[in-house]
Design a binder for this molecule. Structure first.
Ligand SMILES: Cc1cc2nc3c(=O)[nH]c(=O)nc-3n(C[C@H](O)[C@H](O)[C@H](O)COP(=O)(O)OP(=O)(O)OC[C@H]3O[C@@H](n4cnc5c(N)ncnc54)[C@H](O)[C@@H]3O)c2cc1C
Length: 323
């Protein structure tokens, strides 16, 4: 890896002052489970690495009047152990899915949201919108793990498993920068870049994610489809939050993960479910509605079926209905 200056500030203002105004000048180090690999592969070559682990106010998980506050430095293991998060099985399933135990022990909530895409063209140095000899690598090359939704040009899939769940739960993400704090709704945090210079998350190079606020939620669940129970990211996930009126669905939020450059809101499925009693048949039809707009690439049509099944199973789990 390229040599860099290392800073370990104890306060948030110090950390912000150490970051650069442009991407590439400095990188934030939390658990390091992604950043170290990016440094070793020369995908990040910052002049300075700013370790934020010494900043106490970025840690912890606590109940507040507005919901549960998750500090950016809370590890995935801390999420799983938190009594305050028991009402959010959707979030816990996403955190539990991150393999291995070492990654959950070191990896932080903020780092999970800000981790870079796993797209193999990106990881090989071709950027977020990979081109080679006039060809779009994600369209013309091996795209078995790429997106099945959206018009491009971005075809990678958002790597964060917490992201889709937080979008479904209506969470807000707080970001601190030189001008103070601002909060971003989770569904605006993830961005599908339109140009090679754009990032996939809505933060500036000199901003730090400080916390996530998760409001009280209805019945919720996440279902993940994975190729193997090992060190890997899911192929497709669905996170659902249901507001029930008796046995009918008064409102549903359904968000797919790992199928698009951002968490993907399945609006058609949400509309379809309104007012319906949740049976296995209805859940299956909602799954169908969720993938009606899918536009798979040459090698990933199989993910359409996975996403459909994920929606069905997440809905049934949230409603407590047996398949
Ligand atoms: C084998 C393996 C399997 C995995 N499987 C999954 C999976 O299934 N689902 C999933 O979601 N993830 C998965 N991960 C990724 C893992 O969850 C993330 O690597 C981890 O959460 C990142 O947290 P970190 O604290 O280590 O971040 P770091 O590696 O320290 O940072 C990651 C990135 O985020 C930036 N960053 C970190 N914290 C902040 C902050 N507070 N504000 C702004 N920027 C910040 C860093 O600069 C860097 O670019 C897997 C990782 C491994 C190694």
């Amino acid at each position: 890896m390229q040599a860099f200056e290392y800073a370990s500030p104890a306060t948030l203002p110090e950390a912000i002052a150490l970051l650069g105004a442009k991407w590439g000048e400095a990188d934030i180090l939390a658990g390091g489970t992604d950043l170290l690999a990016l440094l070793k592969d020369y995908l990040c070559t910052p002049k300075r690495v700013v370790n934020i682990k010494g900043i106490k106010e970025l840690g912890g998980i606590a109940k507040t009047a507005a919901g549960v506050r998750i500090g950016a430095l809370a590890t995935l293991d801390e999420l799983l152990a938190s009594a305050d998060l028991k009402a959010y099985p959707a979030l816990l399933a996403a955190a539990r899915g991150v393999a291995s135990p070492q990654s959950r022990n070191r990896g932080t909530a903020g780092g999970d949201l800000c981790q870079r895409p796993r797209c193999w063209y990106f990881r090989a140095g071709f950027g977020l919108l990979p081109q080679y000899e006039g060809k779009d690598l994600a369209v013309d090359g091996d795209n078995r793990y790429h997106s099945i939704f959206g018009d491009g040009p971005a075809r990678f899939v958002s790597a964060s498993s917490l992201g889709p769940t937080l979008v479904a739960l209506g969470a807000r993400i707080t970001v601190a920068g030189p001008k103070g704090n601002r909060t971003v709704a989770a569904d605006r945090f993830f961005v599908a870049p339109k140009t090679a210079a754009q990032r996939e998350i809505a933060i500036q190079p000199n901003e730090i994610v400080t916390e996530v606020l998760v409001p009280a939620a209805g019945r919720n669940a996440t279902y993940e489809v994975r190729q193997k129970e090992a060190l890997d990211w899911p192929l497709a996930t669905a996170s659902v939050v249901l507001r029930m009126k008796g046995s009918s669905v008064a409102g549903a939020r359904i968000v797919l993960g790992h199928v698009a450059p951002t968490p993907w809101v399945a609006a058609q499925a949400e509309k379809f479910l309104a007012g319906k009693s949740l049976t296995a048949d209805v859940a299956e039809q909602a799954g169908q509605a969720a993938v009606a707009d899918a536009r798979p690439l040459s090698g990933n049509a199989y993910k359409v079926q996975l996403a459909k099944v994920a929606v069905k199973r997440a809905l049934l789990a949230a409603a407590g209905v047996k398949a």
